[in-house]
Write a protein that binds this ligand. Structure first.
Ligand code: SIN
Ligand code: FE2
Length: 213
């Protein structure tokens, strides 16, 4: 695994050997990203998916790109079709793809070509418990995660549930990149605190860009 390139910049919080937060990295694109999220959601609406055990995932989700991450009673997986519309997911917007590639590159992961973007929407008291992203075919590709709206506490653990968990505040425009030996680390977010962001309102939007297949 290569080392990371961007280490000296004061806007970089390198919180582990193969993981970093690019602070405010997406701020200049925020309106464009949010308009794009709305456009995606007009085609494939946010919904609360069900886990195999029948519980509902509290964050509302939708996807764009060739593959979308879905969960239902038969399991977690990627699918080219939105089960709600029976159509393909909305196309990967150029602005998402380019941002993810640039962020990955700045973090030392060259030529990251994302083909799946999971969009999560959190409102007050909604979080996500610790989990691993492991439904992708190839873990050599990093994960790029873009935060918009109300700040949240991101939790980053180890490769097992028992290891110590780090807590990092993610603000509007922050981009997290993790990969290499960190790729399968447990992570999640604490329940969203009450707050209002001028562009997003009382919510947080997270874009997770991955190469699914
Ligand atoms: C996720 O792991 O799917 C989302 C994490 C986040 O919302 O920052
Ligand atoms: Fe995740």
């Amino acid at each position: 695994m290569k080392g990371m390139k961007v280490l000296k910049n004061s806007n970089v919080d390198k919180f582990s050997d193969h993981s970093l937060i690019l602070r405010h990295y997406a701020n200049d694109l925020d309106s464009q990203l949010l308009n794009t999220v709305n456009h995606v959601a007009e085609q494939s609406a946010f919904r609360n998916m069900q886990t195999p055990s029948g519980r509902f995932i509290r964050a509302a989700m939708t996807n764009c790109g060739k593959y979308g991450w879905i969960s239902d009673k038969s399991g977690y997986r990627y699918d080219k079709t939105d089960p709600k519309t029976n159509k393909s997911w909305p196309e990967m917007p150029e602005v998402f793809k380019t941002l993810a590639k640039r962020a990955a590159n700045d973090a030392g992961y060259n030529n990251f070509e994302s083909n799946a973007c999971l969009i999560n929407r959190y409102t007050e008291k909604i979080g996500m418990s610790l989990h691993q992203d492991k439904d992708e075919n190839d873990f050599t590709h990093p994960i790029v995660s873009v935060s918009l709206g109300v700040s949240i506490i991101f939790l980053f653990g180890g490769l097992t549930r028992k290891e110590k968990v780090m807590a990092k505040e993610l603000k509007h425009g922050d981009v997290v990149v993790w990969g290499g030996p960190d790729r399968l680390r447990f992570h999640g977010v604490r329940p969203l605190k009450r707050g209002v962001h001028p562009l997003v309102g009382a919510a947080r939007i997270n874009l997770t860009l991955r190469r699914a297949s």
